[in-house]
Design a protein around this ligand. Sequence first.
Ligand SMILES: [Zn+2]
Length: 300
Amino acid sequence: MSFANLHDDIGNDLFDHKEQLNRLDEFHYPRFKEGTMKFSAIVCCFSGTESWQDMQECIVYANDCIHSSKHFSFNNDKDIQVFIAVEGMCGIKEDVTNKIQWLYNHNVRLGSLCWNDDNALACGARTNNKPLTDLGVEAIQAMNHIGIAIDTSHCCEWNFYDIAKTSTKPIIASHSNVKALYNHYRNLSDLQLDIIRNKQGLVGGIPVRWFVKNKKENATLDDFIEILEYLKEKIGIEHIALGFDFMDYIPGMEDSNVVGMKDITEIQNIALKLKKNEFTDEEINAICFNNAYSFMQNYL
Ligand SMILES: [Zn+2]
């Protein structure tokens, strides 16, 4: 089974390991290969303190790494197809539309306005609950117009409804789970799920254990499958994808994933478990690969 991933902070990982010139091909590629990950977001995450110049440096570096890779490409001409995603736009405080255009010109095809921070555009769910700013509205309109898909995974609920109201295009929650199963600020309420479905969007389920269950409870792959079952019932197979947010390659975060899927090399376990839980091959392919791949094709 091939997989597609809506969220992986590899952009930051590459930027933080500049001394390893071929890290994308030498470290990440063998892992992708083993897991049969064929399509992925290369995320550059900005947590709230970064300037516009900081954002540009990280995004340009990620572009350079992909352009010089033997295995990864922005097109369909190598083993693994990727696009850049931006998580948080704290560096954008003015000149919004031109900066969104710059992001597009540097292969950004998915973006969220904030991480957990409260910035000039939007506010993260961990921090507060307030309306989208005027600059945030301008950013959403520019993303719609220029062709960058909108990710609502980190924003607060009030921002979420404002974004849903403003955006003329579908919205994605690239790496969020279900509030009805675990009440975490990053998970989605049933109303939010309905809105994503009604706007023809996607929810990327995230098998990082502390978004599945309370951290102390050691969530398992079976617990994560329950989330996918809930989403199937609630919004339908066609709106489900995966946003893995692998952190196991960050020192100290090796056990971030649910028990039963330790890292990208074991993602086939998701397909096997879905099969055991009576998902059809077509449904498994839709969740694991096709929904995310088809959605993003409209932007590539
Ligand atoms: Zn995130």
